[in-house]
Design a protein around this ligand. Structure first.
Ligand code: DGL
Length: 362
């Protein structure tokens, strides 16, 4: 290292001055080395998006900016942690497949087992972020913070939200008080449960909500907790990514007036292992669709009653005689989350009563 004569007062001997500077630098280096190590796994989405101009906050291309550029654009992260990045995918999240979920889950699990990794952040498109978060919540056995984050505006837009969302995510992932709370999602200063959160608005930065409320908030690098998850997750889960080679076919049909059975029958012929019925109201099923669903059940397909209504939960044996039909209810899970749980559960059991227990507990 060169110490210029201009930076050294003439009254101070050069060697002494060099020693002082070097010890100061080594103090800074030691302080940085003592910080938690957070790995950022990048998968694409708007947080890596780019628009044609600063006023294009909704019209842009997702999944363009690589992880090293995302991190280089946020030097403030060094205040929080030692941060390293990996580009796992570079896709818009509506294009996630089960294979993406399994590949990402295996990488997260492997990193979580490394002693030199203290927390993991996953940058992700917001469209299916909630599904990935729930999948990891069910299958990765670690107490270390795993935090998913996205953005509603590309980094090129006026008042882009990605930078602060990413800063918050790294802050939470580097926090000891975030350990053991299951997979988390930080968006818009809130810390949400990966199980409960959903994208509820598609055109605002305040897009993610949990019907039972956020777990807390993160403000200027500090977490404020107000509740903790009660459903089984991560270390308490009976499911483990290490034991899952493939995910079974589970699909969703939507209930509505003038409902027909075309989709139900088509999914049956396609060989689904379970069908999520996103019914009206409290998971209601149109009279003309009950027979087709019962026929699926008779073929060994699990029928799971969810609701198209975003909040609340489906009551067993209320709108349909679930005991008599041997159907399962999805509890408070939205259809897209019920599909994730059904896929994971079916890797372990084909028993509908066991499935129903799993839907109560996770
Ligand atoms: N294509 C959407 C996705 O990757 C963009 C939405 C976003 O990331 O905010 O999920």
């Amino acid at each position: 290292m060169h110490i210029s004569s201009s930076s050294r007062p003439s009254s101070i001997p050069r060697r002494w001055f060099a020693g002082v500077v070097l010890s100061a630098l080594s103090t800074v280096a030691l302080a940085q080395a003592a910080k938690p190590h957070v790995v950022v796994l990048a998968t694409g989405g708007t947080i890596a998006g780019a628009g044609a101009s600063a006023v294009h906050s909704a019209t842009y291309a997702a999944a363009k900016v690589p992880v090293d550029k995302l991190l280089a654009g946020l030097p403030e992260l060094a205040r929080l942690a030692r941060v390293s990045g990996e580009q796992v995918f570079q896709i818009a999240s509506e294009s996630f497949t089960n294979e993406h979920l399994l590949q990402l889950g295996r990488r997260v699990a492997a990193l979580s087992r490394q002693a030199d990794v203290d927390g993991i952040v996953i940058t992700h498109g917001t469209d299916t972020l909630e599904e990935t978060a729930y999948f990891l919540n069910l299958t990765v056995h670690t107490r270390k913070p795993i935090v998913l984050v996205g953005s509603m505006r590309p980094g090129t837009a006026l008042s882009a939200d990605g930078a602060l969302n990413l800063y918050d995510a790294v802050s939470v992932a580097a926090s000891q008080d975030a350990a053991g709370k299951g997979v988390l999602v930080t968006m818009n200063d809130e810390i949400q449960s990966g199980r409960d959160v959903s994208k509820t608005i598609n055109i605002k930065t305040e897009a993610f909500k949990s019907q039972w409320g956020a777990l807390g908030m993160v403000v200027e690098g500090r977490n404020y907790w107000f509740r903790a998850p009660v459903k089984r997750h991560t270390m308490q889960s009976e499911f483990n990514i290490d034991d899952i080679q493939a995910l079974p076919a589970v699909d969703i049909v939507y209930g509505y007036g003038h409902m027909n059975t075309t989709a139900i029958e088509a999914y049956g012929q396609a060989g689904v292992r379970a069908l999520i019925h996103a019914g009206t109201g409290n998971g209601s099923v149109a009279a003309q669709a009950v027979g087709a669903l019962r026929a699926l059940r008779a073929q060994g397909v699990q029928v799971i009653r969810a609701a198209r209504v975003p909040d609340g939960f489906v009551v067993r044996n209320a709108e349909q005689p679930d005991d008599q039909y041997d159907w399962v209810v999805a509890h408070d899970l939205r259809p897209q989350k019920a599909r994730i749980l059904a896929m994971v559960a079916l890797t372990k059991t084909q028993d509908s009563q066991e499935l129903q227990r799993i839907f109560w507990e996770y």
